[in-house]
Design a protein around this ligand. Structure first.
Ligand SMILES: [Zn+2]
Ligand SMILES: [Zn+2]
Length: 414
């Protein structure tokens, strides 16, 4: 049974305002739910701001010293420290340091395990929701602790898509274990499962692939050793664990935060003489060149989260909305990238800009492998005839692209 509409807005910053603006409607059995405009929305408008039910930084990202708040993923390095690390230039200093929004004096460590938070509020929220269950205390660096074994196993396997994260699953379990209003949270999580059990098995199978069967069993065993709970026994069975996987794999939304990019945006907004502007832009351009040389494209703290309302937003290759994280934390802003009429469906693209310009064939390959569906948006439907005439040459080209994609995936994790 679907929960009342209002529940879908529970994690929005202004739920009442948002519910006057948009609604979630059932479309059909294949597409499931969709998000629709109730009023005219102008290009550039923020449609809603939503925080995730659970989120977690990717394990590789934190291992490689991208420091983020354990709760809200806010980047914890100052823009200057961030720039120094990413360029590998220890003496680098940024102009306009006052535009950096990071406040190291506000940061708080968990007194037991020393993981860092951006504020006392985040530390409290994490402790109340899941951290009391997941805190490793003095075993933080003990490789034999069950949670560390689970993390280690996860890092040693490479699971597509990148948004799938074992720690999201762990935080879901920990949340249900420790919150007083378990029923309410279970209902929230159940909003994400819109598929029949047999279909879920098929998805998990597609997601993990045949060769990962042994690894899946290992993960489930480690997951159960670390987190088993009688009330949640169904999530620890082979079928239940698969469906948890398929839930996180199909609904996980990538989150990226960066104190440096926030500083750059603040610089862009400065009122300067044209000479000062030229100098500052030159400095920033050079900075990004130095970063590219040293670190490549990996600038952000990266993780993923489960967003209740946003998860009802379907994919289109010609989207009218996009998600971003302008607050340097896990708050997702959905904004209109075109005018949207009342009654129109609001869609986002699960692909990035470069991927969107690829052939329909490779777009579908990426979507199928990462999001487990075939796109039927107007752009893809209009190209349907083309696909039927796909030549061997195009197939070859698509294969080549796929190899590139795999490499990109691996690099993103590192
Ligand atoms: Zn925080
Ligand atoms: Zn702790």
């Amino acid at each position: 049974m679907a929960a009342p509409q209002d529940d879908m807005f529970s994690f929005c910053v202004e739920p009442t305002k948002v519910s006057n603006y948009v609604e979630v409607k059932f479309i059909d059995k294949i597409k499931g739910k969709g998000l629709f405009a109730k009023k005219a929305i102008k290009k550039g408008d923020t449609i809603f701001v939503e925080r995730p039910l659970v989120s977690a930084q990717f394990l590789w990202n934190s291992l490689y010293k991208y420091k983020a708040c354990e709760y809200c993923l806010r980047a914890l390095e100052t823009a200057e420290d961030n720039a120094r690390r990413l360029t590998g230039i220890p003496g680098l200093s940024l102009p306009h340091p006052e535009l950096c929004s990071v406040c190291p004096e506000m940061h708080q460590a968990c007194p037991q395990c020393q993981v860092m938070y951006c504020s006392i509020e985040c530390r409290q929220s994490a402790a109340d929701q899941y951290h009391r269950t997941l805190c490793l205390g003095s075993s933080q660096d003990d490789p034999d602790h069950p949670i560390n074994k689970l993390k280690d196993a996860w890092r040693s396997m490479h699971y597509p898509p990148e948004t799938t994260s074992i720690m999201l699953m762990a935080r879901m379990v920990a949340t249900i274990k420790q919150v007083p209003d378990k029923g309410r949270w279970q209902k929230f999580f159940s909003q994400f499962c819109s598929r029949a059990t047999n279909e879920e098995e098929e998805i998990a199978h597609k997601l993990l692939g045949e060769k990962f069967q042994g690894q899946l069993t290992l993960l489930r065993t480690l997951f159960a050793t670390a987190l088993y709970d009688d009330q949640l026994s169904r999530w620890f069975t082979p079928v239940g664990f698969c469906s948890l996987f398929s839930l996180v794999g199909t609904n996980g939304q990538g989150i990226g935060t960066s104190s440096l990019s926030k500083w750059v945006h603040a610089c862009d907004a400065l009122e300067l003489t044209s000479q000062q502007r030229e100098q500052l832009d030159f400095f920033i351009d050079q900075l990004y060149k130095d970063i590219e040389k040293e670190t490549g494209d990996f600038l952000n703290c990266e993780g993923s989260g489960l967003f209740l309302l946003q998860s009802s937003c379907n994919h289109s290759c010609i989207p009218n909305a996009e998600a971003s994280f302008p607050n340097n934390n896990f708050l997702l802003h959905l904004s209109a990238i075109g005018d949207i009429n009342p009654g129109e469906e609001i869609c986002i693209s699960y692909l990035d800009c470069c991927q969107r310009d690829r052939s329909r064939h490779s777009r579908h390959k990426i979507l199928r492998e990462n999001y487990l569906f075939v796109c039927s948006c107007p752009k893809c439907v209009s190209q349907m005839d083309e696909l039927d005439l796909t030549s061997d040459e195009e197939e070859g080209e698509a294969e080549g692209e796929t190899e590139g994609d795999d490499m990109e995936d691996e690099m993103t994790d590192v």
